[in-house]
Write a protein that binds this ligand. Structure first.
Ligand SMILES: [Cu+2]
Length: 138
């Protein structure tokens, strides 16, 4: 009886010792750095998603800070007239969404390189009325 109890205690000590060793090892390897804050991307959206809200007569983007890479501009027609979203710039020959009716949305995917890109609505007259925005990629 006494011998059995002694063996159990020894085994318990060994297990606790092992557990502490594992915890200590995990703790020492934790660098606690800032970490990469990678946004989750759904399968239907390529790269970074940026919302482009269009109305009469303006285009507002959800960000104005762009690093080189793949972006999907989600054009949202929040106005009362048909609009589209067109982009052109380094490595991107003019590319447009279909004409969007009020309330419609459509994606426009482009690979941006360092430089200046222009986003505008190609419905005649709309660009001149203010549906025109330039973005800087760096
Ligand atoms: Cu328009």
């Amino acid at each position: 009886m006494g011998a059995l109890r002694g063996r159990s205690t020894a085994l318990l000590c060994a297990l606790v010792g092992t557990a502490m060793l594992v915890v200590g090892c995990g703790g020492s390897s934790d660098t606690g750095g800032s970490g990469g804050n990678t946004p989750a991307t759904s399968a239907s959206v390529a790269g970074t998603k940026v919302t482009a809200t269009e109305k009469e007569y303006s285009i507002s983007l959800s960000t104005m800070t762009f690093a080189p890479g793949v972006y999907t501009f989600e054009a949202q027609n929040a106005g009362t007239m048909p609009h589209d979203l067109t982009i052109a710039g380094p490595g991107v020959t003019q590319q447009s969404t279909p004409t969007l009716q009020p309330g419609d949305t459509a994606p426009l995917t482009a690979t941006l390189q360092p430089g200046t890109y222009e986003l505008w609505c190609s419905i005649p007259g709309h660009k001149e009325l203010g549906m025109d925005v330039k973005i800087q990629v760096s």
